[in-house]
Design a protein around this ligand. Structure first.
Ligand code: SF4
Length: 736
């Protein structure tokens, strides 16, 4: 009986799914999680949850839950006590390193791992083993946001917070279907729309549930967001809407276009050193981006470009720009992030309540675990491997010789799986992620993972196409079956305690790493206790994040409240970074201080429009765009096991514009084959249902492992961030 819930033991924690990081209360009865409600005291969601959040605990009851370790013997999986499976993993990892060197082993982790899990993965690979062969799936979803921040501001993660929603007059969403991807934030925006007339402008390549609820929907041709952003800047400058004081005091203008390598937070390691230019040179560059010129190829009317520019240019309006995968999964992902920052920097609409650019994340701890802890190949828990001081700090805290931490990054995500295919990586351990569904052009990477040349370990909660190729499958605890911390999109770190026991031999990923580390002879570096390892690891990790610019709230604080935003200074969250009114780290006696940059000035980058790497032609006449739906999360390994969500959207589909459907004689539900130069996928047609792609474009959600659209997508990536472009490639569509 859940009508009352008064007798339940309600435990607080963050939601398991998206990067919004809603506060959730889980009702526990007799050791079982039986109910969920939104936490009314959470400033993130104020009691709201979306359909995934409400039903999240139902996935742990799935019949095919991984409860015991499985080890492949003679082509068949044999159940085994987890301690014996961990012996096999440790022995194999050590034997591989002894035979082929430490760079023959790799780990591929996740923005769904907890902060302590990411921390021990980093410590094991970089501090104990001495290899930078560690990357994570956040490379596939927000690496371009990271490089965008670093190039524009010299510091990663958004400067604002969700409270911006309560102050903004306009929300402009750039290629971001927030109603489905960040639904609780979108609900908060709708509340402001209804209550005080705030306006939502949806700027995208297809109409979605977000555009349906917005004040205005503006559609553009794929990839031309680069040109439209420049046209907005052209208009701002040519109408005299530039915030001159802000630009003169806080901004530099740069150009420099090529790959910067991995030393991303070390702004001195650019392989192509940026050149500073003056305002006049930047203005001249924008002459190619008049609204009239851009309108011709972007599909956006001159009137709409001017309308967007007026919103940003009006000194009396407060504007927040939101984006996520539409801009990050882009072969020019870093550039388009820079371009939106340019708009906010020209107008000075930045880092104030209700004014700012805000890149959102998709995973619950993409910020906390991938960006902050450092599960990217180039990262350390503070700073980057290329920086000697950062290596020294890590060596001191980890108590390892500094020479052990390599100074060069190795493989980013797609490159790591290419190395598996080549036979360079002979042991790979993936945790809480499903690369054989989520990698772009999956067909390219599957054969490598199936080869005998690589020993594959997968720790996860459910079987997936990735665990299907594993030599050892380790049963992982689901998030409420272990304690942990996640970091959400607004720099909020949230703690939860273990709420229930997991079934069978399930084990937290962090403890699996520690057990393997001990078996490999690194035990003295991992002196944590099973009962308190979350606290012990987080307390050690906090040593990396002290001081006004990075400080993390202590665990005692995080246990009492629904998270805290870093930098946490003098007992307070810093909600708006770089603004001296709110941020104690600003020390240059000015109103703003972009202290991530050596001279404290943010950068407006000259970034041109470039066509996409593959564009439709006579043979492959459609653009393919991929993404998510509200009912399912990522590769669907959890949400497809939640009966109510599975029933709502039981399979993927291909969304077409009605004019294209009519031209090809296609009716709703008809089976279609979507084919690219890389592969094909058969799906039912969906015409004018949830979204409406522009003519000549199709959209397919990627959650369905039985209709694997990532066999079709392109694995070209942004040369700066190494994030692949899942949002556009050329396909043909045929009736089956
Ligand atoms: Fe969970 Fe995201 Fe939904 Fe909030 S919006 S309930 S974090 S899935």
């Amino acid at each position: 009986d859940l009508t009352n819930g008064g007798d339940l033991d309600w435990k607080k924690g963050p939601c398991r799914f998206c990067g919004v990081g809603c506060g959730v209360l889980i009702g526990v009865d007799k050791g079982k999680a039986v109910a969920v409600k939104g936490d009314p005291n959470s400033s993130v969601n104020k009691g709201l949850l979306c359909v995934k959040g409400y039903h999240q605990i139902m996935c742990i009851q799935a019949e095919d839950r991984l409860t015991h370790a499985l080890v492949k013997k003679n082509g068949k999986y044999v159940q085994m006590p987890i301690s014996e499976a961990l012996d096999i993993v440790a022995n194999k990892m050590k034997e591989t390193m002894d035979t082929h060197g430490k760079d023959s082993v790799a780990m591929y982790t996740s923005g769904q791992s907890t902060i302590p899990e990411g921390y021990v993965a980093s410590k094991l690979m970089k501090g104990a083993i001495g290899s930078n062969n560690l990357d994570c799936n956040a490379r596939l979803c927000m690496a371009s946001a990271v490089t965008g921040f670093l190039t524009s501001f010299g510091a990663d993660e958004p400067m604002g917070c969700y409270e911006d929603i309560d102050h903004a007059d306009y929300f402009i969403t750039w290629g971001n279907n927030m109603a489905e991807m960040h639904p609780v934030l979108f609900s908060r925006m709708l509340e402001q729309k209804n209550r005080r007339g705030a306006k939502i402008i949806d700027f995208a390549t297809r109409t979605t549930r977000s555009s349906m609820a917005s004040n205005k929907s503006i559609l553009f041709e794929p990839q031309t967001d680069l040109a439209v952003a420049n046209a907005i800047c052209y208009e701002i400058i040519n109408h005299g809407w530039v915030n001159k004081y802000f630009v003169e005091n806080h901004v530099n203008f740069n150009k420099g276009l090529t790959d910067m390598g991995y030393g991303l937070e070390d702004n001195y390691s650019f392989t192509d050193k940026p050149t500073q230019i003056d305002f006049e040179a930047y203005k001249d560059f924008l002459e190619d981006y008049t609204p009239e010129k851009v309108s011709k190829y972007s599909g956006v009317s001159v009137k709409d470009i001017k309308y967007l520019a007026e919103i940003y240019g009006n000194p009396n309006t407060k504007v927040v720009s939101y984006w996520c995968m539409g801009m990050n999964q882009h072969t020019r992902g870093t550039w388009i992030n820079n371009l939106v920052y340019n708009i906010h920097l020209l107008t000075g609409k930045i880092s104030q309540p209700g004014n700012g650019p805000f890149s959102l994340t998709g995973q619950p701890s993409a910020c906390g675990t991938a960006r902050e802890v450092g599960t990217f190949t180039h990262k350390l828990p503070h700073g980057v491997v290329t920086n000697a001081k950062d290596r020294e700090m890590a060596a001191k805290i980890w108590k390892v010789p500094v020479e052990r931490i390599p100074s060069k990054p190795t493989y980013h995500a797609t490159e790591m799986f290419r190395a598996v295919d080549r036979g360079d990586i002979k042991f790979i351990w993936t945790q809480a992620t499903n690369p054989l569904v989520s990698l772009p052009k999956t067909s390219r990477y599957r054969p490598g993972m199936q080869k005998d040349s690589c020993f594959v370990v997968v720790s996860d909660v459910f079987p997936t196409p990735t665990s299907d190729v594993a030599d050892v499958i380790l049963p992982a605890s689901w998030h409420i079956e272990k304690g942990g911390l996640y970091g959400n999109s607004e720099r909020r770190t949230q703690y939860w305690e273990q709420m229930v026991e997991g079934p069978g031999d399930t084990m937290p990923d962090a403890w699996m790493f520690i057990e393997v580390a001990k078996r490999m002879g690194y035990g003295e570096l991992f002196p944590y206790s099973r009962e308190n390892h979350v606290e012990e690891i987080f307390n050690e990790y906090r040593q990396f994040h002290e001081g006004a610019k990075h400080g993390m709230a202590p665990l005692e604080v995080l246990k009492k409240q629904s998270g805290a935003i870093w930098p946490y200074v003098n007992g307070k969250s810093t909600q708006w970074r770089f603004n001296a009114k709110y941020d104690p780290a600003c020390t240059n006696d000015k109103d703003f201080h972009f202290y991530g940059k050596p001279d404290g000035r943010a950068v407006i980058w000259q970034r041109p429009y470039e066509p996409a790497p593959e564009i439709p032609d006579d043979e492959y006449p459609f653009w393919l765009n991929t993404g998510r739906v509200i009912e399912h999360w990522h590769t669907g390994s959890m949400t497809r096991r939640i009966p109510v969500l599975h029933k709502a959207v039981p399979h993927a589909y291909v969304e077409l514009h009605p004019d294209d459907a009519e031209r090809l004689g296609i009716v709703n539900g008809e089976k279609l084959k979507v084919t690219s130069r890389r592969g094909s996928c058969v799906l039912p047609a969906a015409i004018n249902e949830r979204g409406l792609p522009t003519k000549g474009q199709v959209f397919v959600p990627f959650f369905d492992e039985n209709m694997l659209i990532n066999d079709v997508t392109l694995d070209a990536f942004c040369p700066i961030s190494k994030e692949p472009d899942y949002k556009k490639c050329a396909v043909k569509v045929e009736k089956v």
